[in-house]
Design a protein around this ligand. Structure first.
Ligand code: TEU
Length: 567
């Protein structure tokens, strides 16, 4: 049989550079800061660093709006520093994954400026330009070419007064969508990707890559989506999630960029709304599209009509979702495993219990649950020290474009501002974006200046320095989980079987490979359980890894997690 791919035993660490470490005192993290903290990563034992965008950008969406694909924003440093980072990582046996944001560019990218300059521009067709709806005056309500709602509130169409046409932006209006139907666009992107690989990077995390193919009729028509309740806009996702040419585009990219190249690369497709069936097609090695998907089902389980309509997570839904993904990719395909990233609230606050008595155990319990699944685990900066949501009090505390746009839109639609603020407090992406808490000093060691987002006041107690030499810390637990994946083939490759699918508080499963079997049991609640009553084989099994020092084999305590080896 083929050797299993190297990334089946790898762990990825995500750096959101703006909030990781500042080296020059401007209050914004930078590449110099990543270089200073690189031994934190080596210490943790991670294999891959995924670096969120550092390219030149107006920063309308913190770098996910790129104005030059082949440079580094002076805010973050220089290309030379990026080369240094590649070398420093490689020296330590780690790889660098760049963020590839090619569904859209910044509206300040020269391609867009040129495209916008005239209807006859040779780059006009590089973006999605459309006239107002038949017979309607440009700018009149409803004149937008389709009824689609943007991810960041309002319509996806922005009127360009000069030409009287609209351009498409699935995200902010400063993030126009590229037209992948145009062959020149695809070639330009492939060339850019090859340029980065030649420089020494080890692959790409591909931002919303399942949105690059739009369902467009031969005459250029785009279709309305079903109306959204209580809105004049509609849901256009059927026209842009996993569109008709998506597999063709990704197979072509693989051929043009990766095929035949020496070295070991990693490609991760970030794919909101992807189904298990589609994910299997994207990641079946035989099809040569991408190595793994990064999907969103589990982080949508506490959403109602939208992410701002927050619902309690039901344990059965989580088990059903994770279970379905484990089963669906059991013999072909691969998934990413994550609780946290720069777009999600902090896991210990959202899925765990961040009150003082339970924070450490709930953080390590969630980590154990996740890292013992089949797939490649991702650690988002600060997660490994149990960082929690920020105690936001007013609208002025928020910086994120998604949060600010939502507030404007919801309040103008008549929602109670206090209610909107409460939702932001729970779900805003800014929860993930406060500076990493390195030590107990002022600004937590993140910057000598004024941080662009405030440091969480709990940094006095919750910081990396306080945990580094404490074997009972969250940090030490992450180190052990990462080491276990490296050393134990059952963790990397074993088959997954869900146990107790209907239990509301205890999450349990087995992993098995060629006669070896691990039993994982996690108590996601404050209720203690008699272990023998839940899983009779558990009390006698050998403890491989747990999150409580003074273990009582018979009892599963609040937020306790155990990895056991079955005889
Ligand atoms: O996010 C993809 C995405 O689907 C977003 O809608 C994300 O889920 C949302 O922020 C949650 O409400 C990617 C990036 O990770 C994100 O930071 C960017 O803003 C977005 O693409 C546009 O590039």
């Amino acid at each position: 049989a083929d050797q299993p791919a190297w990334w089946t035993r790898a762990v990825v660490y995500q750096v959101y550079p703006r909030s990781f470490q500042d080296s020059d005192g401007d209050g914004i993290g930078d590449l110099g800061g990543v270089l200073q903290r690189i031994d934190h990563l080596a210490d943790l034992g991670v294999d891959v660093l995924w670096l969120s965008p550092v390219y030149p950008s107006p920063q309308a969406d913190n770098g996910y709006d790129i104005s030059d694909y082949q440079g580094i924003d002076p805010l973050f440093g220089t290309l030379e520093q990026l080369d240094e980072l590649i070398a420093a990582l490689h020296e330590r046996g780690m790889k660098l994954l760049m963020d590839l944001v090619v569904n859209h560019t910044s509206d300040q990218h020269p391609w867009f400026l040129e495209s916008r300059s005239s209807k006859d521009s040779p780059k006009r067709d590089w973006y999605w330009w459309r006239p107002p709806r038949g017979g309607m005056a440009a700018g009149a309500p409803g004149a937008e070419p389709t009824n689609w709602q943007s991810f960041f509130s309002g319509p996806v169409w922005e009127l360009d007064e000069a030409s009287g046409e609209y351009y498409l932006h699935l995200f902010d209006r400063r993030q126009p969508d590229l037209n992948w139907e145009n062959r020149q666009v695809r070639h330009a992107i492939h060339a850019m990707m090859r340029w980065w690989l030649d420089r020494g990077v080890d692959g790409f995390r591909m931002d919303v890559i399942n949105m690059i193919s739009k369902d467009v009729a031969a005459d250029g028509h785009l279709h309305d989506g079903p109306p959204l309740p209580g809105s004049s806009l509609g849901d256009g996702s059927a026209s842009y999630l996993c569109g008709p040419r998506i597999h063709e585009f990704l197979a072509e990219m693989h051929r043009e960029v990766f095929a035949g190249r020496d070295g070991t690369f990693l490609t991760v497709g970030e794919m909101p709304g992807v189904t298990v069936e589609e994910a299997r097609l994207f990641t079946d090695p035989a099809r040569a599209e991408v190595d793994m998907v990064f999907q969103f089902e589990h982080v949508g389980l506490d959403h109602g009509m939208s992410k701002w309509d927050v619902r309690p997570l039901r344990m059965r839904d989580l088990k059903a979702s994770f279970g379905r993904w484990q089963a669906g990719l059991a013999d072909a395909g691969w998934n990413s495993l994550y609780w946290d990233n720069h777009d999600q609230p902090r896991a210990v606050s959202r899925f765990g219990d961040d009150s003082p008595g339970f924070r450490r155990h709930s953080a390590t319990c969630l980590a154990t649950l996740l890292h013992l699944h089949r797939g490649t685990p991702y650690v988002y900066q600060g997660e490994e020290i149990g960082m929690a949501n920020f105690p936001f009090t007013s609208l002025e505390d928020f910086a994120d474009v998604e949060s600010l746009n939502h507030h404007v839109q919801a309040v103008s639609a008549g929602e109670d501002p206090a209610h909107v603020l409460a939702a932001l407090r729970t779900m805003s992406r800014d929860n993930a974006r406060t500076p990493v808490q390195w030590d107990a000093s002022a600004n937590a060691g993140f910057t000598s200046g004024t941080p662009w987002l405030p440091v969480n006041p709990d940094s006095v107690e919750w910081n990396a320095a306080a945990q580094r030499d404490d074997a009972g810390s969250v940090l030490a637990h992450y180190r052990r989980l990462i080491a276990l994946r490296h050393s134990d083939d059952v963790v990397a490759l074993g088959d997954f079987t869900m146990l107790l699918p209907d239990h509301d508080e205890v999450y349990a499963f087995t992993r098995s490979l060629e006669g070896a079997e691990l039993l994982v049991v996690c108590n996601l609640s404050r209720t203690p359980y008699r272990l023998a009553e839940l899983l009779p084989e558990a009390p006698a099994a050998e403890l491989v890894l747990g999150n409580m020092a003074d273990d009582d084999p018979a009892e599963l305590r609040p937020w306790e997690a155990r990895v056991l080896r079955l005889p």
